[in-house]
Design a protein around this ligand. Structure first.
Ligand code: GLP
Length: 292
């Protein structure tokens, strides 16, 4: 697991967008797992800028979102489908038919959850899953106590989550009590995870996630087990961490190889190596450090 602490929210967002943009460049038909909440808004703004100013092309990209409130229709301004259209999809050249958000209005929600899982598999699996983190350490809507092997299903929201999310609704009574969410097992099958956190109210959750033991009581701690997870925070969210973490992804220097590349994310050659394809030449990491 790699932890990167940036000075500001803008820098955190720019790095996350860069990692996603690199993926799109090397695999134009990639499958992105996307998140909602205020945390990834800066990343989406940066991706929109890359699309408008540098032609970042989303025409072949497919997306799957983590979660959706039960009972909110796509045109409800607090539904996650509405959020995604408003904050990203309406501003880039993605085909709406390639974007997927769980259906919180499905008549048969368990069947819709199974269908969602099948769609992700059929698409080839998630190349990158972007994650925020709840103040209680939840990822997507996998609240404390969620099975670490869970699949897409309905979850009852935790009291803290209802309170945290009440700021988006007219009153706390309007916050839905249930949500459909990708499971922790589903998320862990993504080939790469990027977990973002900013602001001081995430500092406890980040401390537990990065330096604490893996426990279902803090679902985000499961990312410690992922072979290719990057946690990017701003200074405030990292303020309780006890160790030093770099500001940039570590660079791998490959001996007998002309390229040096970004260890965590954005080198095509590293990506190939990490996907387990045998390389013809023997390469040796000169400096690996403690990145995972
Ligand atoms: C919601 C979402 C999560 C998100 C969390 C944090 O509960 N289901 O995916 O990570 O909120 O939101 P924010 O980024 O607004 O702090």
């Amino acid at each position: 697991m790699e932890v990167i602490v940036k000075n500001t929210y803008e820098e955190m967002s720019a790095l996350a967008a860069r990692i996603i943009a690199e993926l799109i460049h090397r695999k134009p038909n990639c499958i992105l797992g996307l998140a909602t909440g205020s945390t990834p808004v800066g990343t989406y703004k940066a991706l929109i800028r890359l699309h408008k100013n540098e032609g970042l092309d989303f025409s072949k990209v497919t997306t799957f979102n983590l979660d959706e409130y039960v009972g909110l229709s796509p045109d409800h301004d607090q539904s996650y489908r509405y959020f995604m259209n408003d904050n990203l999809f309406n501003h880039i050249n993605i085909k709406k038919s390639n974007t997927h958000v769980p259906d919180g209005m499905a008549e048969d929600i368990p069947a819709a959850c199974e269908a969602y899982e099948r769609k992700i598999k059929k698409a080839g699996g998630l190349d990158i899953q972007l994650l925020g983190i709840g103040g209680n350490g939840h990822i997507a809507f996998n609240e404390p106590g969620s099975s670490l092997g869970s699949r897409t299903r309905v979850k009852t929201l935790d009291d803290q989550t209802i309170q945290d999310n009440a700021r988006f609704f007219k009153s706390i009574d309007e916050v839905p009590r249930y949500a459909v969410t990708m499971g922790i097992g589903t998320i862990m099958e993504a080939r790469q995870l990027i977990l973002l956190a900013n602001k001081e109210n995430k500092a406890d959750a980040i401390l537990k996630t990065v330096e604490g033991p893996i426990t279902a009581m803090v679902p985000a701690t499961i990312v410690q087990l992922h072979p290719r997870a990057t946690i990017i925070t701003d200074k405030a969210a990292a303020s309780k961490l006890t160790r030093e973490y770099p500001e940039e992804p570590r660079v791998l220097k490959l001996k007998h190889h002309e390229e040096s590349c970004c260890a965590s994310t954005d080198s095509p050659s590293y990506a190939k190596a990490s996907e387990g394809r045998p390389r013809k030449r023997t390469v040796r990491r000169e400096k690996v450090g403690n990145r995972r």
